[in-house]
Design a protein around this ligand. Structure first.
Ligand code: KE4
Length: 423
């Protein structure tokens, strides 16, 4: 395969854009390859500027559940564009999307549309603090909630329970209201709540983690968090930016039948356009300006073109519940291929798969939290990534991301991928 044009574009881009990319993971730093510059995508395929065609299992990190350039979504967006790209005023479409979200997730009684998952989480945290009058937030090691200062943290030293910045440019003072617990470790949560519970505004988590690779909640973990937040009067926030409309039309909260107080959404909810959302019980969301004293605003919030893409995408998913069974079946087949690969090569592989989300870890496993994920051989993952790419299969350029399956991936393409996985 020839990557000449991508290499040239990468060199040019680096002169104008930090690292040559607009989001770090795209730079392929974790896998030691030149990033692909994409020319176009259709269905399950993505084509780079050198004309190389790949089966795409990144799906733009989640939005692409229907496959790229779904004709009905594109047609709706094209029509919307002709009516104007943005008005900075309310439209019926925002109400329609809000109704679709509430219909899918009853716990989201009121919702505010924003432009990115980061903005959704940052705003949800502010609303939770405004509603409870408390300052502390508990997050989990290995969960990613976007790049707002207070959540760009890592666990402090063992003695410390407050977090420390995980990025330069974040003042320590911005992270002193963030506590870090361990995913799937109820005792780590209990310890923090016994010490700080009455000052905790919310516990936020990815109900299925997908930013340390895919890590499933252990049986009872979500129910435990639901109980302990109730016990201390703290809110439970599900960050469903990835799992929302992905695990099922009702997201993780429907899949696991655990109802959070607030939910953040992104990716699929915008159908691939810059659109995200945060919402929850009406009494919480009525704290948000102009209804209440918690300020939050956005020029392009609820943008008419983005809401059109979101509505079109959700309406297709709502009309096709069978897609979710198909997606799970295809993801299971891919998971099986990794097991066949391990048998054949003797590699130590561990696969976590749920719905259309999966990750292969280059470690013996089990992988059920950040530390066990971190034990993976990232060099081996990098070699696997290169092997797949060179055979036309585009998977996440990092061990600590997810593999996404779309409704556009046919059974033949899944079998083709399994052959490449098994070598
Ligand atoms: P954005 O600001 O990137 O739209 O969303 C932030 C976010 C919030 N919550 C969860 C659970 C997320 O996974 C994300 C963003 N996901 C990453 C992929 N792991 C986006 C890809 C990237 O950073 O380029």
């Amino acid at each position: 395969m020839n990557f000449e044009k991508s290499e040239q574009l990468f060199e040019k881009s680096k002169r104008r854009i930090p690292g040559g990319v607009n989001s770090p993971v795209r730079a392929f730093g974790a896998v030691g390859r030149t990033p692909l510059f994409i020319d176009h995508a259709k269905g399950s395929h993505i084509t780079d500027v050198d004309g190389n065609i790949y089966l795409d299992y990144v799906c733009s990190w989640g939005p692409g559940i229907l496959g790229h350039a779904h004709p009905e979504v594109v047609e709706a967006v094209q029509r919307a564009c002709a009516d104007g790209l943005t008005y900075g005023a309310p439209t019926e479409k925002e109400w329609r999307l809000a109704e679709l979200i509430h219909e899918a997730m009853g716990s989201v009684e009121k919702v505010r549309l924003v432009s990115s998952g980061t903005e959704a989480v940052m705003s949800a945290v502010r609303a939770a603090r405004g509603y409870t009058g408390r300052d502390l937030i508990i997050k989990f090691k290995g969960n990613y909630h976007g790049h707002s200062d207070g959540l760009l943290v890592k666990a402090g030293s063992a003695a410390l329970t407050t977090a420390v910045p995980d990025s330069s440019g974040v003042p320590v003072s911005y992270t002193q209201n963030t506590l870090v617990a361990l995913y799937n470790d109820p005792d780590s949560v209990k310890e923090l709540m016994e010490k700080y519970g009455k000052q905790v505004a919310a516990i936020i988590l990815e109900p299925v983690a997908a930013n340390m690779g895919v890590v499933l909640p252990q049986k009872g973990f979500l129910e435990f968090l639901r109980e302990i937040t109730r016990q201390y009067g703290a809110l439970l926030i599900f960050d469903e930016v990835i799992t929302g409309f992905r695990l099922g039309y009702g997201g993780a909260q429907e899949y696991f039948n655990v109802v959070p107080d607030m939910t953040t959404l992104g990716k699929i909810v915008g159908g691939g356009m810059p659109m995200a959302a945060y919402g929850g019980r009406a009494e919480i969301m009525d704290m948000v300006s102009p209804a209440g004293p918690v300020y939050q605003a956005g020029t392009l919030s609820g943008n008419p073109v983005a809401t059109t893409a979101g509505i079109a995408t959700l309406e297709i998913l709502k009309a096709h519940p069978e897609y979710y069974r198909e997606l799970e079946r295809k993801a299971r087949r891919l998971a099986l291929a990794f097991a066949e690969r391990a048998k054949k090569t003797g590699e130590k592989l561990w696969v976590n798969q749920i719905g259309s989300l999966l990750s292969v870890f280059f470690t013996e496993g089990p992988v059920q939290d950040y530390d066990s994920a971190l034990a993976s051989d990232t060099k081996a993952y990098g070699a696997y990534f290169g092997e797949m790419l060179d055979q036309g299969v585009y998977v996440a350029p990092s061990q600590f991301e997810a593999m996404f399956v779309s409704a556009a991936h046919t059974d033949e393409e899944i079998e083709e991928t399994c052959k490449v996985i098994c070598g």
